[in-house]
Design a binder for this molecule. Structure first.
Ligand code: ROI
Length: 163
């Protein structure tokens, strides 16, 4: 089994309900065990500011799925939520599920880059990750705890418990 960390984000169509529904779907995934769930965080948009605020969370999943099979499953959940795959990389989204880490693997392909490029730069990823994996060391040797202590909070707030 591998240990993967997944980032969840939403800023459309009742973000809190979207994250809760995604969590329920992650719990049902075959060959996956949802092992940890962060709090739900309220966060200001990174990128264009003319979009609603976000809800974000991070979960840990033990899985026997390969990274690409896991990605397929996550994209199916995004599509079920009504996510449109158009060119809106920096725009509002109903549901975003990103593989942040997959064990200590480094993956750099057209479909998948792991560790996720935003991991160390985004408070709404790093702080929920630190909540559930404060002792984690990234593949490049950086400590999640130290990175989380240093990053600008940018108005990030714990909104509620998910578990
Ligand atoms: N901003 C926040 N706060 N949370 C996100 O999940 C998020 N996702 C994105 C962009 C548009 C970069 N901004 C975000 O994809």
């Amino acid at each position: 089994m591998a240990l993967a960390y997944i980032g969840l984000g939403s800023n459309l169509a009742d973000p809190q309900a979207q994250i809760a529904a995604a969590l329920a779907e992650l719990e049902q995934l075959e060959h996956c065990l949802l092992s940890q769930v962060s709090s739900l965080y309220f966060s200001r948009p990174m990128g264009p500011q003319d979009q609603p605020d976000y809800m974000n969370a991070v979960v840990a999943i033990e899985t026997s799925l390969s990274p690409i099979k896991l990605l397929d499953q996550l994209q199916a959940i995004e599509n079920n939520a009504g996510r449109e795959r158009k060119d809106n990389r920096w725009g509002a989204r109903i549901l975003d599920l990103d593989i942040l880490l997959y064990d200590q693997q480094l993956i750099n392909t057209e479909r998948l880059i792991i560790p996720h490029y935003g991991l160390k730069l985004r408070e709404f990823v790093l702080l929920p990750l630190a909540e559930i994996a404060n002792e984690l060391i990234l593949p490049d040797g950086d400590s999640v705890k130290a990175l989380a202590q240093q990053i600008e909070k940018n108005g990030l707030k714990v909104h509620s418990k998910l578990r």
